[in-house]
Design a binder for this molecule. Structure first.
Ligand code: SIN
Ligand code: FE2
Length: 228
């Protein structure tokens, strides 16, 4: 009989309490200005056109969008047809602290989860460069986050992500299936309207060649982290 291996994928990093409360509030102010220019909209599933329960926007040169025609990155907001606003400098700092990748991120997807929103298991694979990790930051209500393996039916682990937590999906975990099972309403007072914001920073095109920067970021000793 062939034994199924359930070893956790390497390259998954959880930084609990990465952003302290003042930094969360500061990031939120920057996001409010981004969302005033690029409002949240309801994306739709490819083919079926079914609406997502999560509302989305982006900042940075490229934004991830989904509609009947499929998933893709594009430079313009699908409803306003205007360029995505620039990434707030704080997001670039977060990337340089956590990504361990020399080239800057090109897209920041902003997901807003109301109390009943969730996100099904999926892989982030619309990018040309899987050498760069995906760096994610959570604000607002706690959620139950699920991470599995490279196949949809591989064993998955679920853990809570709270306001200020950061997750890095790099290395083997870069293509791990992941999703959000549920939100726990009322667990944070950061967003007066309640709900959860998740920011995912990504490199979309291939970096200029500098690639993984092992001297900084993910391995920096001052960054609180643990392998999970
Ligand atoms: C995503 O995978 O796009 C979002 C993950 C999250 O909301 O934590
Ligand atoms: Fe994702």
């Amino acid at each position: 009989m062939k034994l199924k291996t359930t070893r956790p994928l390497g390259g998954l990093r959880l930084h609990h309490g990465y952003l302290h409360p003042e930094a969360q509030a500061q990031l939120l102010v920057a996001l409010r200005s981004v969302l005033a220019q690029a409002p949240l909209y309801t994306p739709r599933m490819p083919k079926s056109g079914r609406p997502f329960t999560v509302r989305m926007s982006n900042c940075g040169p490229l934004g991830w969008v989904s509609d009947r025609n499929g998933y893709r990155y594009q430079p313009l907001h699908p409803e306003t047809a205007r360029p995505w606003p620039p990434m707030p400098p704080m997001l670039l700092t977060i990337w340089s602290e956590l990504a361990g990748y020399a080239d800057p991120p090109e897209a920041c997807l902003i997901n807003f989860y109301a109390a009943d929103a969730k996100m099904g298991l999926h892989q982030d694979r619309d990018e040309a460069d899987f050498a760069a990790p995906v760096v994610s930051v959570s604000l607002g209500d706690t959620c139950l986050f699920r991470v599995g393996g490279h196949k949809r039916d591989a064993p998955a682990r679920a853990f809570r992500l709270s306001s200020g937590d950061a997750v890095v999906l790099g290395g083997e975990a870069r293509l791990a299936f992941h999703g959000v099972d549920r939100i726990y309403p009322g667990t944070s007072r950061l967003l007066p309207e309640g709900g959860r914001i998740n920011l995912t920073l990504r490199r979309v095109t291939r970096g200029a060649g500098a690639g993984l920067d092992r001297r900084s970021g993910a391995e920096a000793p001052h960054v609180k982290q643990r392998q999970i």
